[in-house]
Design a protein around this ligand. Sequence first.
Ligand code: MN
Length: 320
Amino acid sequence: MEKVKAKTISFKVSDNVKEMMIRHYEPLKREKTPPYALFQVKDFDCVTTLYESGKVVFQGIGADIEASFWTEQERVLNGNVVNTEKKKEKEKAKVNEQFLDLEPTIGSDEVGTGDYFGPLVVTASFVDSKDVDFLCSLGVRDSKKLTDDKIIKIAPEIMKRIIHTTIVLSNKEYNETHGVDMNMNKVKAILHNKCLVSVVRKDGVNAKKVIVDQFEPEEKYYEHLFKVKEKLTNILFMTKAEDQCLAVAASSIISRYVFLKEIKRLSEEYDVLLPLGASSLVDEVGATLVVRHGEKVLKELAKLSFKNTERILEIAKTRS
Ligand code: MN
């Protein structure tokens, strides 16, 4: 006997077919709808979801039959031939063009280097060929366009499925290591290398290449690691790598998520909303914190090497 496989079919419907679908499914629709969906209907063998954009998704072993009714409407009413198989191929080709990691890839990226408050977070992820569709379906392809809300939603799913290592360097640790022989880029290089080495060693990781979102020229990166015993070499350094490599994009999202959670935790602990970046708002909040808790608070919450520190201490002086 042939095994029946669950399928997912999706395509965009025209406005008139969209209206028909809304009327047709009205008595059957579920109370809850996914975000941006007009309705969702669960049949015994197919879940049908229509989105505001006109995109419709059929999922389940009955997806073929359910979808064919509507592709037929599209053909009869609008003369549109919807070829669901072909469309899928086209989408795959697009991914092919844009992304380098259709072969198994490790990619790393960091967050927090431009933020006065909060830790430095670095992540390396391993993305296998079979993860590409999963990541694209979450919208990882346009990671730069993702809002923090969306990141908070999808990051846990990515972290559950994608093999990764994240290192959080607290401000206290950063401030203790930062010095004459240790600038921000050296700290970054050491942490990237640590994450990469950790991921390479994990079960199920068989990467064909390693991509790092570039922050230093290649020679400089390895120079920073001169004294490090275990290091990954043969790395491909790319600028704006998160646009071109899903593994880097996944790492960027995970790092951002961990960073936001940490900022939230610290904000609650100190009962103040810690702003991101290094603007004058940061100076304002920094000064408030110093007045309340003394200068030492910055060592716990901020990267002292930033110019903000001096300004904050000046402002705080005028207020106490
Ligand atoms: Mn980056």
